[in-house]
Ligand binder design. Structure first.
Ligand SMILES: Nc1nc2c([nH]c(=O)n2[C@H]2C[C@H](O)[C@@H](COP(=O)(O)OP(=O)(O)OP(=O)(O)O)O2)c(=O)[nH]1
Length: 145
């Protein structure tokens, strides 16, 4: 590796790839979660496991683990791939493949989730929210006039 390549490799932030889910309730509120020890709320979801067959499999597994709910694969809508500073890993960039999905509850804080919150995407208030959700994902969920 030449000096130039070495310098750009050192400067490149580590990329954390995740699959994240947008779940809306009947009032148009979006479900956010906060992990134990974390300060900010974010979308449910997480990293792909070796045994996962595809992104929706990853998402269904994470939603079951984190919220105890059952995701419906049918009707899942790919919203796109988005990136921002990773909320819980300083110096890393999160790259998220994001789906809007339906899931049947009840929704409860399970495993490493300490709190969950249904948030009005147009008025998230002063809830601490991870950059990706606050700046990119919640705005997608604001109903068009
Ligand atoms: N799940 C999720 N992670 C996010 C979001 N926004 C954001 O910055 N991140 C960051 C938090 C972490 O720094 C990183 C990895 O997410 P994660 O901690 O949910 O992944 P995971 O459950 O599979 O990982 P792990 O606890 O097993 O290490 O991505 C988001 O909306 N959803």
């Amino acid at each position: 590796m030449g000096l130039h390549q070495a310098m750009s490799a050192a400067a490149a932030p580590r990329i954390v790839r995740i699959v994240a889910g947008m779940i809306r309730n009947d009032q148009g509120r979006v479900l956010l979660v906060r992990k134990r020890g974390a300060e900010v709320f974010q979308q449910p979801g997480g990293k792909r496991d070796a045994g996962d067959q595809d992104d929706l499999h990853t998402l269904a597994r994470e939603l079951k683990e984190e919220l105890g709910c059952t995701m419906q694969r049918d009707g899942a809508q790919l919203l796109g791939c988005f990136s921002a500073s990773a909320a819980n890993e300083p110096g890393c960039v999160v790259e998220a493949i994001v789906y809007e999905v339906r899931a049947s509850g009840p929704f409860t804080a399970c495993a490493e989730i300490e709190a969950l919150q249904w948030v009005d995407p147009a008025q998230p208030g002063d809830l601490p929210i991870a950059q990706l959700s606050r700046e990119q994902l919640l705005p997608l969920m604001i109903p068009k006039p």
